[in-house]
Design a protein around this ligand. Sequence first.
Ligand code: HEM
Length: 239
Amino acid sequence: MVTTSQAKRTPASRSTVALKYSMAVSGLIMVGYLLMHMYGNLKVFAGQQAFDEYAHHLRTFGEPMLPYEGLLWIVRFVLLAAILVHIYCVVVLTVRNRKAAGYAGGKRYHSKKNRTGIQRSYASFTLRWGGVVIVTFIVYHLLHLTAQVTTPGGASDSPYQRVVNGFELPAVTIGYTVAILAVGFHLWHGIWSALTTLGANHSGNRIDSRLTGIAVVVTLVIVIGFLLPPWAILLGLEG
Ligand code: HEM
């Protein structure tokens, strides 16, 4: 016989543990993409021909087994799925968390500790608002360098030239810098969190955790690697 409490149970696929796992795995897929994308961008330093050949190669990779742009579309599909899963999980988990923590009238613990009465941690604040900045940036970035709906500094048939035209403008380089720093803060806590969810953390606290070191190194590699091309171009150092 099915009792009322059994009938109301959350299915395993929507359990908090499953959602946390999905967030961790989708997040790590995006970290993998960021590492490859950052490495590819560094080809700017090899010159126009090398960068344009690389952009072309991304489209012809795997031919004739794959159609033109086949690999690119597979990557796009996986990335889009990862982003949607990540956002879906964060929304469900946040709502669940608020209910569990006893929010009443938008306030948690009914505390007068700060203006809103909500006790938020540094990590949860940067992760949530950083996430919003990153999504906004990705929309702009796709309109800029993929769809070329906006072409700051001038349009060009050459991917290299499009990148250079954009980053020669201080406003574009500064805007990208803000977004990349938001990515950095997100990764710093997010990588640690994802690896902990997946059971890799054997430490009693965050400071002693070996994962803190891994998260910091991966974050620094990604942030510095992404910042190098725009700033080198703005300062005329890309050669
Ligand atoms: C200074 C930093 C960056 C530069 C110079 C840059 C450059 C580019 C270029 C040239 C493309 C077009 C690729 C092509 O169609 O051949 C592209 C696409 C893309 N970038 Fe970036 N990018 C930067 C940072 C980022 C960051 C931080 C993210 C994610 C948070 C990101 C995510 C993407 C995505 C999702 C695409 C679409 C790939 C596709 O065409 O399907 N990029 N980027």
